[in-house]
Design a protein. Structure first.
Lengths: 251, 255
């Protein structure tokens, strides 16, 4: 059973945006499962501290810049010789009515949430293909399946739908070459991305009354789903979108 | 299995219908390995007892309980017996199922009815009886074994009743999840792809082209390989997950 277990002992795992909120919870869970952690973060304030806490490495990374991603991968391979797990967690959101969205806002959301995921998958994928093994987990969102309300977030929703299908595409291409690629689609989680909404009763009341469990998730409730998909426990799962939303999309 | 605290099922009681063979047996063993006391609720008592002994020999806790899911009285009896012998039920795995390969135009009525009787009505009897009790007890987890057949149509074999019955299982999963969320009862479905069991002759050459080659991973799964997925769904590891269909199919449905 051990080879189908949840352990990540001796495996090297990269988490983008791993220095804060959801990424931090994920990094901690993977570390507890025994992984050697690499925190790939744009934030130089939080990244190094988290890397130290987890006895891992911090690499300053801007996922929107393919050169930055390539440098990060090279640095990880130099230090560890391998990459076993990649969690594409870095993401941003803005809540602007679509008719008012400035060009750069749209582009920024797509750039981090979708293109950044692709750059990381491509560069890490190359290393994984060479070894013939690896597991990639992309943090998508229920927003990739339904349109949230009452707040506007068209760019975010579209980017997450893109992540779900990008996940399946890469999974399809790489399944027979030893790499699994899956996505996690959470509902509302208590993080900085939902802080604004929770402070507005006209948003939070809709969010909570639309969620059968009637509450937000804590980041540590999402992390085990990532661990499950990253590990051998999910050895037959690829191209799958794990929805963990408190029942939101059931209604 | 290396299990973090949140995946641990120590002191939990689990029921697996059809737990004495195939996928059910693998689920029962995985739950036992994660610490749960497991009731193998199935027909063919000798088989159930043999599996229970195997689990006990590995240091786990398991009992055999007679159950034909199509008989509501037996479902009630099973619930009482398990509660008495192991404790209140925390986890229910609705795994018992049956399948026939036959073109739709040739399916006799009895066969159509039998598939729904086991796969849907039997699952319903168990979910309702155990779910009621879980609500009284303050919570629980139900895992319905669905299938990729609820989402796509398998080939080359025709199995209209099975496919429709599994679609019913998926939608019932969401319905129960939505209703019972306020009662701390989570309900999710596992949708496996092709797994090597008596129900699926995955090694037969006539099935290779569609069962194996159509799957991105180019292979089928063993029952043991799906065990950890049940542990994830049964435990607090999935505490915010309800009403979801977890597809584990080697990529079959992504194409």
């Amino acid at each position: 059973m051990e080879e189908h277990g949840f352990s990540l002992r001796d495996r090297v795992a990269i988490v983008t945006g791993g220095g804060q909120s959801l990424g931090l919870a994920i990094s901690r869970a993977l570390r507890r499962a025994g992984a050697q952690m690499v925190i790939a973060e744009i934030d130089d304030q939080t990244g190094p501290d988290v890397a130290e806490e987890l006895e891992g490495t911090f690499v300053h990374t801007d996922v929107t810049d393919p050169a930055s991603v390539r440098d990060m991968v090279e640095m990880v391979l130099d230090e560890h010789g391998r990459i076993d797990v990649l969690v594409n967690n870095a993401g941003i959101v803005h809540n602007i009515p679509s008719e008012e969205v400035p060009d750069e806002e749209w582009l920024a959301v797509i750039s981090v949430n979708l293109t950044g995921v692709f750059w990381c998958c491509r560069e890490v994928g190359k290393a994984m293909l060479e070894r013939g093994s690896g597991s990639i987990v992309n943090i998508a969102s229920m927003s990739g399946m339904i349109s949230n309300h009452p707040q506007p977030q068209a760019a975010y929703n579209a980017s997450k739908a893109g992540v779900i299908t990008l996940t399946k595409s890469l999974a399809g291409e790489w399944a027979s070459r030893g790499i699994r690629v899956n996505s996690v689609s959470p509902g509302y989680i208590r993080t900085p991305l939902t802080e604004l909404g929770m402070s507005k009763s006209e948003w939070s009341e809709v969010w909570l009354s639309s969620t059968p469990l009637g509450r937000l998730a804590e980041p540590h409730e999402i992390a085990p789903a990532v661990l499950y998909l990253a590990s051998d426990a999910a050895s037959f799962a690829t191209g799958t979108n794990l929805v963990i939303d408190g029942g939101y999309t059931a209604w | 299995m290396a299990v973090l605290d949140v995946f641990d099922l120590t002191d939990k009681t689990a029921v697996v219908t059809g737990g004495n063979t195939g996928l059910g047996e693998a689920f029962a063993k995985a739950l036992a390995e994660a610490g749960a006391g497991v009731a193998l609720a199935a027909r063919t008592r000798e088989r159930s007892e043999a599996v229970a002994e195997e689990i006990q020999a590995s240091g786990g806790s398991a009992i055999a309980v007679d159950l034909d899911v199509t008989d509501p009285a037996q479902v009630d009896g099973m619930l009482e017996e398990v509660t008495e012998r192991l404790g209140p039920v925390d986890v229910l795995v609705n795994n018992a199922g049956t399948c026939y390969h036959r073109p739709a135009a040739e399916v006799p009525l009895e066969e159509w009815r039998e598939v729904f009787d086991v796969n849907v009505h039997g699952l319903w009897h168990c979910a309702q009886a155990v779910g009621r009790r879980m609500i009284q007890n303050g919570g629980g987890t139900i895992i319905n074994i669905g299938s990729i057949s609820a989402m796509i149509v398998n080939r080359p074999q025709w199995q209209p009743a099975y496919n429709a019955s599994k679609a019913a299982v998926h939608q019932l999963t969401k319905s129960l999840a939505a209703e019972w969320a306020p009662h701390n009862v989570r309900v999710n479905a596992l949708a496996p792809g092709y797994v090597k069991t008596a129900m699926a002759p995955v090694d037969e050459p006539q099935f290779r082209r569609h069962w194996i080659e159509d799957a991105p991973m180019q292979r089928y799964a063993t029952p043991e390989e799906l065990g950890p997925s049940i542990v994830y769904l049964a435990s607090d590891a999935s505490s915010f997950m309800t009403g979801s269909i977890l597809v584990v199919d080697g990529g079959y449905t992504l194409f």
